[in-house]
Write a protein that binds this ligand. Sequence first.
Ligand SMILES: [Zn+2]
Length: 67
Amino acid sequence: MNLSEEAKGWSCTACGKPLEVVKVSFTYMKGNFEVDLPACSGCGLVLVSEELATGKMADAERILEDK
Ligand SMILES: [Zn+2]
């Protein structure tokens, strides 16, 4: 999945500005992770779809298990 390409077709539901892909770091299960997520260039709203979030969480768990 190319998130950058996908995000180009989206606009913010709150202000209608185009989205851009930004790096967001989060902490999960004692690990720090950086993920690319589409965020609004106007108001900064970060869009996380449930599918994307659970997918990233699954990735994170896999990374931790590999250690
Ligand atoms: Zn916005």
